[in-house]
Design a protein around this ligand. Structure first.
Ligand code: FE2
Length: 364
């Protein structure tokens, strides 16, 4: 036993330090909050077992401590921990990357909100990064859906953000200027918003044009990385400024992020892209190489191979992971017809947390 620092259960390795640290007994882990009480930094030496008894359903370890201490781990709990530890946050829920052709093979993209199985659209949101809910009666109904999951992420635009041309006023954002197409972008690049989920609800749409566009940023980044690895590295390694100068509300907002943010595994985890807000303040010798990469990536985002276009109708709600999916719309004529959307945001942590609670509550 001496010298061995780990044990193998069902082919999976567990370090004694980790097992001791995660003892499930009520002295070591508070049974109400499930938080850790045991303080491993107080141990005189690295945890060492006196005895280990492996039975069919449990692993019992008696620790060489004064007084001796016993930990009992259900095998199912240990296996579930491995699954959670082995998998990155992104792959914990299966992700399907898509381009336009692949997406069009998906059997169901729209879900009848009042009557559908909620798991269907929630799983699709995790997998594709977006989903479409139909037949939501009102913004109030949408707001109560969001509030049932977590607090609304509010910005200076308000709690519900109207997306429509404002008559008699000059647009403070191109999102409100119908004459221009709105190129694929992520929202709030100029705020330190983190990962948010966007609900874009259609109140009315009878204008000609104004089709919504969604692009899978993860998929584009993957192909881009394969074809232009050097450009990919430039976008992953160059922090750029995103700015919003709002004359009406008197804010000059700025946030700095690389366009492609990587996780610890080197995978793209967040995309910050909004051409209308991107104002790189780069060192002179970095500008040429940055713009070369930027232009190439932007062309990918605008390629029809990646853009899924569809027309929102009243009662539809497009739900998108703002850190993965880029969204936009085609131009439309605001003088003939109305296109009125309302946007509401929720911190992704709460959405994910609620989903994981349902998935993992049996472990606690
Ligand atoms: Fe937007």
């Amino acid at each position: 036993m001496q010298g061995e620092r780990l044990i193998t259960v069902n082919g999976k390795h567990f370090h004694y330090s980790w097992l001791r640290d995660n003892c499930l007994c009520p002295e070591c882990r508070d049974p109400n909050s499930f938080q850790k009480i045991y303080d491993i930094s107080e141990a005189q030496s690295p945890p060492e077992p006196l005895s280990v008894v492996e039975e069919e359903d449990t692993l019992t370890i008696t620790w060489k401590e004064q007084p001796i201490h016993q930990s009992i781990f259900p095998t199912s709990w240990l296996m579930a921990q491995v699954n959670e530890l082995d998998t990155s946050e992104e792959s914990l829920n299966k992700i399907t990357l898509w381009n336009k052709a692949e997406l069009e093979k998906e059997p169901i993209l729209r879900h009848d909100f009042p009557n559908c199985d909620a798991d269907m659209w929630v799983n699709q949101l995790f997998s594709l990064g977006f989903t479409i809910l139909e037949n939501i009666q009102s913004t109030q109904e949408l707001e109560s859906l969001v509030c049932s999951i977590g607090p609304v992420y509010e910005t200076y635009y308000g709690r519900l953000i109207p997306v429509k041309p404002i008559k008699g006023t000059k647009a403070v954002d191109l999102a409100y200027a119908s004459v221009y197409p709105l190129l694929p972008h992520t929202d709030f690049t100029y705020l330190n918003a983190g990962r948010v989920l966007q609900f874009l609800y259609c109140v009315e749409h009878n204008a000609s044009g104004g089709e919504s566009i969604v692009v899978d940023g993860y998929r584009v980044a993957k192909d881009f990385r394969q074809n232009y690895p050097e450009y990919f590295n430039v976008l992953a390694e160059t922090p750029v400024h995103f700015k919003q100068f709002d004359l009406h509300s008197q804010y000059y907002l700025c946030n700095i992020n690389p366009i492609l943010k990587l996780n610890q595994k080197g995978e793209v985890s967040e995309i910050y892209f909004s051409h209308k807000n991107c104002k790189p303040n780069l060192k002179f010798d970095k500008i040429e190489s940055f713009y070369e990469a930027y232009r190439a990536f932007f062309k990918y985002l605008k390629s029809s191979d990646y853009q899924y276009l569809y027309r929102l109708k009243a009662g539809d709600c497009l739900v998108i992971q703002n850190f993965r999916i880029l969204h936009g719309r085609t131009a439309y004529d605001a003088n003939h017809g109305t296109r009125h959307l309302e946007g509401i945001f929720l911190d992704w942590d709460y959405f994910k947390g609620r989903h994981h609670f349902k998935q993992f509550q049996h472990l606690y």
